[in-house]
Design a protein around this ligand. Structure first.
Ligand SMILES: *Cc1c(COP(=O)(O)O)cnc(C)c1O
Length: 221
């Protein structure tokens, strides 16, 4: 059995320097997270608000917490004081609430637009066909305390690499289109969050800048 440190070292040796490794710690204990922290890991991903707000005060304050799950507007206030990035924004109302709560905290919370690139039916994520209407309907000045810094997506759960590649490439294309149009004047629009334990090498090949890896670091959930 390898240790968390060994698994992190192995991953870091393979990941290009421009890609951020987010250690997905959902359902994992504070002591396991601490082990990863002691091995130098600083970016962690969580999916559930309740779990995150229980763990966060027990861990070092220089951890960058990424909220990667579906977020309900009424729960934004609980994580707004400390969260580093919110990855799964798919509605104007959520963006507006993040902006409001971040501004109360005198903070700016970077947000990624979740795009639904997979074949599975899901009620979450903006469908590729709706992305352009979504960004065109943003307020002229944007949401100053909730800047959109990129896109996020999840590929279909399949062993067929061709399907996964096609989906990652489509997210990459959506990112490039937005970067050339709506976000042409926004250098902070720079992130593509895609790739998990099973498919991150493919995601990096397709342009990912943030990979979200859980089981390869902490073991199966
Ligand atoms: C759980 C989760 C991950 C990590 O999945 P692994 O297969 O354990 O690496 C990544 N992204 C999201 C959105 C998740 O919910």
């Amino acid at each position: 059995m390898s240790t968390i440190r060994q698994r992190l070292d192995l991953l870091r040796a393979k990941i290009p320097a421009h890609v951020t490794l987010i250690a997905v710690s959902k359902t994992k204990s504070v002591s396991l997270i601490r082990e990863a922290y002691d091995a130098g890991q600083r970016d962690f991903g969580e999916n559930y608000v309740q779990e995150l707000i229980e763990k966060q005060p027990q861990l070092p304050s220089d951890i960058r917490w990424h909220f990667i799950g579906h977020l309900q507007s009424n729960k934004v206030k609980f994580i707004a004081p400390f969260v580093s990035c919110i990855h799964a924004v798919d509605s104007h109302s959520l963006l507006k609430e993040i902006d409001k709560q971040a501004s109360k905290e005198n903070r700016s919370i970077p947000c990624l637009l979740q795009i639904h690139i997979a074949r599975e039916v899901s009620k979450f994520g903006i469908s590729p066909a709706d992305v352009s209407a979504f960004v065109q309907a943003l307020p002229q000045a944007g949401y100053p305390n909730a800047p959109i810094t990129g896109v996020m997506g999840m590929a279909t759960f399949t062993v067929d690499e061709a399907i996964i590649r096609e989906e990652f490439e489509s997210l990459s294309r959506i990112f490039s289109n937005l970067k050339e149009t709506t976000f042409a004047g926004s250098p902070e629009f720079s992130q593509i969050s895609m790739g998990m334990s099973s498919d991150w090498p493919l995601a990096v090949e397709c342009g990912s800048t943030m990979i979200r890896v859980g089981s390869s670091i902490f073991g199966e959930r």
